[in-house]
Structure formats: structure tokens, C-alpha cells
Design a protein around this ligand. Sequence first.
Ligand code: PRT
Ligand code: ZN
Length: 286
Amino acid sequence: MQEKLRIAIQAKGRLNEGSLKLIEEAGIKLVIGRRNLVSPAMNFPVEVLYLRDDDIPQTVACGAADAGIVGENEVLERRENVTIVKRLGFSKCRLSLAIPKQVDYPGISWFTGKKIATSYPQILASWLKEKGITSEIHVINGSVEISPGIGLSDAIFDIVSSGSTLVSNRLKEVEVVVASEAVLVAHPAISEIQRAVLEEFIFRLESVQRAEGKKYILLNAPNEKIPDITAILPGMKSPTVMPLAESGWSSVHSVISEDDFWEVIGRLKKAGAEGILVVPIEKMIF
Ligand code: PRT
Ligand code: ZN
């Protein structure tokens, strides 16, 4: 029985760097032979298979790989039998309909009878069907955005991220059909041993993700101020409070989120905190 978990990732392109970063953050060290199709790991029962992103859903569905990291857009388009086991939060984009910018857009009825160029015909067809709109879908691979300009189509359905490709091709986004991000997919029937490896991989990713945007804070305060200070610091559980060598003083430790960081620091200072120290957190394990 195959005990290693074979994970397919994109060989080159937008997802490659983010996928390798996740693998590295999970503490997995790959034997990287740049020209190899497969890299085994030195310290974890995993091997990485490098593929074109378009081929990842099918490779996982047929079991040639046990798991894969791929854009959700490809998973939705290919309709292969794979399970999304974790959303990964990078390579965020959306699949949208765009039309020439000078056209007045009355609503989705505009698309009736129009020719739409796309590399995602399945997603588009099911969306149009759901909305009761009949259009002509023209499948092209690559440079979809130039097709209205050269008279090949009336509109496009494509990936949008910053929107600058649309602007430079004199197009405007009129309907967002689906949001996408990188996802971890798995073959539906992997062995129990492989599932345990996959779960350990996910556990490690979650420990790193949980620490993102969080800081560890240490401060000193006179004992009578501690109740006010601990009320400001929610932390994971209640904050840790330890007596200092100097009598009547304590040290408080907690975890705070970067989002409201400066506001919390301001309140802590007002409440009597001194010697505030803020340090990064690499991983958080519950
Ligand atoms: O060679 P291979 O087949 O593996 O790669 P590929 O060329 O098919 O894919 P690649 O590397 O371009 O993209 C891989 C995945 O990244 C996609 O399937 C999406 O899930 C995700 N992603 C995220 C994007 C974008 N952002 C993106 N902006 N994929 C493509 N784009 C393109 C889009 O097609 C359009 O041409 O960028 C342009 C729009 O970008 P903005 O920023 O101008 O709006
Ligand atoms: Zn591709």
C-alpha cells in the first residue's frame, strides 16, 4: 500500500511560489531537483509532483496524485471527483463578466444572444443557465481579454484580480460570477495512512495561519492596575499574570491581533502598563 502522500502543485506560474511556501511553513523539506517531475521530502512522508494547474484536478481525481494545490476556478471548471479539504487564502481572484467600457449596461439581460469569450465555459454555462440567459460561448485559451477589441466576441468571462488588464483593454467588469482562491484538494478515497499524513499537513498549516496577524505582548504593571489591564487583553484564554521580583508589580503576557494593535497599546498605556514588549509569533498550537 502506498504510504506516502503525493501532492500535486503547479510547476510554474502564479500558484507555484505560494504552494512551495506552504510546504516549507509546514516544516517539510523537499529534495529539489529543479528538473525533476517529482520531489520527495526528507523529513515527512510526502512527495511533490509538479504539473500544469489545468491538469491537477484530473490527476488527483484519477489517483495519480493523492492531493493537490490548485485554484478553485480550475476545480469548478473541470468538475472532477476531488474534495476541497482546505481553502488556502492565497491567489485570490474572481471570475467575472466584462464588456466594452463605452457600452451602457442595463443588467444581465444584456448578455442574451451575445458572444462571450472565455477559457471557463462550464462555469459560465451553468451560471447563464441559472439566470435563464442564452448566450453564445466562444472558448479560447489565453488572451481572452483582447477578443472584444478585435471583434471576436461582445464580452469576456475571465479571471480578474486587480482589474488593470480590463482597464488596459477598455473593458469594464459588470458581473462577478464566482470568487476563487488556492485550495487544497484530495482524492476522495485515499488510504487511512495517507489521510493521517494529510491531516498532519493541514494541522501544521493551520498552526501557521493562526499565528498570522497575531503578536505576543508582554508588559509590566503595578498590581492594582492588573484588573483593568487584563480586561483590555482578551488573549487565547485569560492572560498570564506573573509576579515581578519588585514587590507590588506583575508581568502580563497575552496574544493580540494586529488589526486593533495600536488601539490596544494606547488603552494599555492609559491603564498603567509599562515596559511593553511586542514579539512575533511563528506558530500557534492548541
Ligand atoms: O502553465 P499553467 O497552465 O500551470 O498556468 P496558467 O498560465 O494556466 O495559470 P496562472 O499561473 O496564470 O494562474 C494560476 C492560477 O492563479 C489561476 O488558475 C487562478 O486561480 C490564480 N490567479 C490569481 C490568477 C490571477 N490571480 C490572475 N490575475 N490567474 C490569472 N490571472 C490573470 C487573468 O487571466 C488575467 O489575464 O491575470 C489577468 C488579470 O489580472 P488583473 O490583476 O489585471 O486583474
Ligand atoms: Zn493553466
